[in-house]
Design a protein around this ligand. Structure first.
Ligand code: AP5
Length: 216
């Protein structure tokens, strides 16, 4: 977990390969729903594009379905869930049902100026989901995805106004989630500044043996 743009997705993709478990991002799941033309997708779009959180029950149903799939049976890396105290309860119920403990919660931190710099330079691939940054991680060919060749786009919620609102929502609704996990002894604070590889090394240093579920 961590504020918008701190590098959750970047690190979760790497952890997925390291641990050999799926990367479950509620942001990615919701953006996929927005693209399928369904009534649900249209409902989700209103929240995401204004920087608000999608209602807990809706996200909870999506996450319960995703974590019940066979590929998640040996563990998973959660990215962007839970973001409210109600979602903490939902996750606890889902994991209880699945008989899987939450091993660790990683909280990435970075100063706001760095977060704004990261989000304003981010470009994403609408086809395969790869994430780039104009300065720190540019594609080999400008505006084109290295992995699949599609034209890169800027996320509609990466505008200045919406970034500000997402940061406000994080402080108001998600910071208490970090406090709750800290009280349970599950939270690890990780400095998210510096190059992605340096952040990755700090995360790796926090991982013990037998990790089966990492929320972030
Ligand atoms: P989501 O997609 O989860 O967005 P977010 O939390 O705002 O986080 P981001 O994806 O913007 O950033 P990130 O931390 O993953 O950073 P990244 O690695 O891309 O959610 C979007 C929306 O969906 C929410 O606003 C909400 O509406 C809804 N939603 C999602 N989950 C929900 C939930 N549980 N409940 C309700 N609603 C929910 O990095 C950012 C940029 O920086 C990239 O360009 C990257 O290349 C670059 N970068 C990364 N690390 C570094 C580094 N170390 N140095 C330099 N550049 C770096």
């Amino acid at each position: 977990m961590g504020p918008p743009g701190v590098g959750k997705g970047t690190q979760a993709v790497r952890l997925k390969s390291l641990l050999g478990v799926p990367h479950v991002s509620t942001g990615d799941i919701l953006r996929a729903a927005m693209q399928d033309g369904s009534a649900l997708g249209r409902q989700v779009r209103v929240y995401v594009e204004s920087g608000q959180l999608v209602p807990d029950e809706l996200v909870g149903d999506l996450i319960a379905e995703r974590l019940s799939r066979r590929d998640a049976a040996a563990g998973f890396v959660l990215d962007g869930f839970p973001r409210t105290l109600a979602q903490v309860d939902i996750l606890s119920r889902v994991l209880g049902r699945l008989g899987m403990p939450l091993s660790k919660v990683i909280l990435l931190r970075a100063p706001q100026a760095e977060i704004v710099r990261r989000l304003s330079g981010r470009r994403t691939c609408p086809k395969c989901g790869a994430v780039y940054h104009l300065e720190s991680h540019p594609p080999k060919s400008s505006g084109v995805c290295d992995a699949c060749g599609a034209a890169l786009v800027q996320r509609p919620d990466d505008t200045e106004d919406v970034i500000r609102e997402r940061l406000r929502v994080f402080d108001e609704q998600t910071a208490p989630v970090a406090d709750a996990y800290r009280a349970q002894g599950l939270l690890v604070d990780v400095d998210g500044t510096g190059e992605a590889d340096a952040v990755a090394s700090r995360i790796d240093a926090t991982l013990g043996r037998g990790v089966t579920g990492v929320s972030g």
